[in-house]
Ligand binder design. Structure first.
Ligand code: ZN
Length: 134
């Protein structure tokens, strides 16, 4: 299993993470699932609706709208991304509590340009290697 992430999308997540600091940036990832994992095609940055600095909340209306757009393009919303201003690129207890969708990929930006990938299997997160593409 691996997550193919084009270089410019990786750079975009890290830019958004820096811009949102000390709050969390967040967004949805559009792409496709295939035999070896996933391939990201585009990002959909979303405003962070959370009032708390150490969490994120994507507007459900934005989620629905991006799902519809992806379906029209023959792709899907395969995951989400957000940043951890405290620098630790691992799912937090709040992330665990908020994770619902099975086989959904979570990219988490930490400090120093670190980006880590995890897949939620319905019960827990498991690390997924991020492979930089073109
Ligand atoms: Zn988090």
């Amino acid at each position: 299993m691996r997550f193919l992430l084009p270089r410019d999308l990786r750079a975009q997540i890290l830019r958004e993470s820096e811009a949102a600091h000390p709050r969390e940036c967040c967004g949805l990832i559009e792409g496709i699932r295939h035999g070896e994992g996933w391939r990201a095609d585009r990002l959909h940055p979303a405003p962070n609706l959370s009032q708390d600095a150490d969490r994120f909340e994507i507007d459900p209306a934005v989620h629905l709208e991006t799902q519809r757009g992806a379906r029209d393009r023959g792709t899907a919303i395969i995951g989400c991304y957000h940043s951890h201003p405290d620098g630790r690129p691992r799912p937090s207890p709040r992330d665990r509590a908020g994770a619902l969708e099975k086989d959904f990929v979570w990219l988490i930006a930490g400090s120093g340009g670190v980006l880590a990938g995890f897949v939620f299997d319905g019960a827990d997160f498991h690390p997924v290697p991020i492979v930089e593409a073109g």
